[in-house]
Design a protein around this ligand. Structure first.
Ligand SMILES: Cc1cc2nc3c(=O)[nH]c(=O)nc-3n(C[C@H](O)[C@H](O)[C@H](O)COP(=O)(O)OP(=O)(O)OC[C@H]3O[C@@H](n4cnc5c(N)ncnc54)[C@H](O)[C@@H]3O)c2cc1C
Length: 485
């Protein structure tokens, strides 16, 4: 991504500034409007969000559920921030229709908001697995069934906790693992049902899945892989094995799909997501853009905050007159859950190359590199992420490794209490916001890190490394040794 190749363009239009309307007030939008403010964008901006409260860090919902973060720490920008920056924020307002001919969005409460340029940032919606009894006759989820996508989902689940003893989590992807772990930390007995043969099947292979399952079971969560839930009854959740899981609450974490219904109803071309080109403009209407989870670029949809933020930054630059292009993001998936360390670079199960791997289920560690022509094309780290910074650097730079290096990279346990890692200035520390160790070192304290780089404000997986870098003060990079996360 090329950032800021053109300076801010002051509002000098003859008639009036262009009215930019953004649908959705989620994580992509926050980055977009922050960048517009930073660049002094020439727009009149209206943000329309369906959720009732201010914008928040969706990634930290599982931390809120777990009890490690209070709700106040999730808040991103208050309503007054939008007003202070000359923007209009409509919360609790669902856009029901886009009228492209009239260039107006129509809200569910019948208000109409005209636009010159429109950004779709509607995110994703939870997938509803085909389980009979999930949905009550009036069309809502049954009382004991919870989705986990929004603040209100999380609050509803938290209200149900005091009277619950057992929970079933349906879906063993990143979100399912986070929720299962959070409920376990809250003291519930948790079962996790996964239709695929192993956990995290869209990111890791069977051997890694087996190590992860062992780790999760050691933390008290029973895992049912290769099992489909078929029916929810008064007694519990019936599995296709004939087994019945009794529980007080059931959480759906069986995936999500881009929220495209608004776009398709308006005649915008969508496949899995709303199709955009490298300028993040829909291929149907040059006045309409799409970013974040709802967008499909070069055949790929996101589902992670890093691409959403990269897209938001590119689009903000373009809206302010720059000619930046979005050319895709690399995939770095990190699990955010207590006592479970998982990082996946690229797509290890779909990438061709020579595989170097080592597993130690007893310590819950697993490492795998997919190497082609000496270059790390993909990687998995479970249990011990002390090498994630170094690996990310090699992966990003496509460094050609010597014959013995891949083996050295993944061999050897990190002895407890040891395992320091020297991070040169240019090693990436925060994958969500793309921030290097040098930029962190240049900050005086955590608040400067947050305001100037946004590190730690995404998945938060870099918080430990950032703290260690800050506490290493002004040491020269070569001297600073920081503990791995
Ligand atoms: C619990 C959880 C944990 C996650 N953990 C991670 C993680 O660890 N790492 C990671 O990289 N990613 C994670 N993600 C994914 C990450 O949150 C998303 O990739 C990111 O939020 C995408 O931003 P977005 O703005 O596209 O969508 P969202 O943040 O989902 O925002 C979309 C907003 O649009 C609103 N909206 C939709 N339709 C309308 C309409 N018609 N009218 C008005 N408003 C509308 C929605 O209500 C929502 O507020 C997690 C997601 C969840 C739910």
């Amino acid at each position: 991504m090329k950032a800021g190749s053109a300076g801010p363009r002051k509002s000098g239009r003859k008639n009036r500034p262009e009215h930019l309307v953004v649908i959705g007030n989620g994580m992509a939008t926050i980055r977009l409007v922050e960048e517009l403010v930073r660049r002094e964008g020439p727009h009149q901006v209206t943000v329309i969000g369906e959720e009732s409260g201010p914008a928040y860090n969706r990634i930290l919902l599982s931390a809120l559920l777990e009890g490690s973060h209070p709700e106040s720490e999730l808040r991103l920008r208050s309503a007054s921030w939008y007003a202070d920056n000359g923007m209009t924020l409509l919360t609790g307002s669902r856009v029901a229709r886009i009228d492209r001919d009239a260039r107006v969005v129509r809200l569910a409460d019948h208000r109409a908001v005209p636009y010159d340029r429109l950004v779709l940032a509607t995110g994703s919606v939870p997938a509803l697995p085909p389980i009979r009894g999930l949905v009550a006759p009036r069309g809502d989820l049954s009382a004991r069934v919870h989705a986990f996508r929004s603040m209100s989902d999380c609050q509803a689940l938290m209200r149900a906790l005091p009277s619950a003893r057992r929970a079933v989590v349906i879906g063993g992807g990143l979100l399912g693992l986070q929720v299962a772990r959070a409920l376990g930390v809250r003291g519930l007995e948790v079962d996790l049902v996964e239709a695929a043969p192993h956990l995290l099947a869209s990111h890791i292979g069977e051997p890694a899945g087996a190590v992860l399952r062992r780790s999760l079971e050691q933390l008290g969560c029973e895992v049912y892989p290769q099992t489909r839930a078929v029916r929810l009854t008064e007694e519990g959740l019936l599995l296709d094995t004939g087994y019945l899981l009794r529980a007080d609450l059931f959480v759906l974490t069986a995936g999500a799909r881009p929220a495209i219904s608004l776009a398709t109803a308006a005649g915008l071309f969508a496949r899995r997501g709303v199709v955009v080109d490298d300028t993040l403009t829909t291929v149907t209407d040059e006045r309409i853009h799409a970013i974040g989870d709802c967008a499909e670029h070069r055949g790929r949809t996101g589902g992670f905050v890093a691409p959403a933020w990269e897209q938001a930054a590119v689009l903000a630059a373009r809206l302010c007159g720059a000619d930046d292009l979005y050319q895709g993001s690399r995939v770095v998936a990190r699990l955010r859950a207590s006592d479970l360390q998982v990082a996946v670079l690229g797509e290890p199960e779909r990438t061709a190359g020579e595989v170097v791997e080592v597993a130690n289920p007893i310590r819950g560690s697993y490492r795998k590199l997919v190497v082609r022509d000496g270059v790390v094309e993909a990687a998995v780290l479970l249990g011990d992420l002390s090498r994630v910074g170094l690996l990310t650097q090699l992966y990003d730079r496509r460094t050609v490794l010597g014959e013995g290096e891949p083996g050295q990279l993944i061999l050897g346990e990190r002895p407890p209490g040891e395992g320091s890692l020297r991070l040169p200035d240019d090693v990436e520390v925060c994958a969500c916001a793309g921030v290097s160790a040098g930029r962190i070192r240049a900050c005086a304290d955590l608040s400067a890190v947050i305001t100037t780089t946004r590190a730690t404000t995404g998945c938060g997986g870099c918080a430990g490394v950032v703290a260690a870098l800050l506490s290493s003060g002004q040491m020269r990079p070569a001297e600073s040794a920081i503990a791995g996360p």
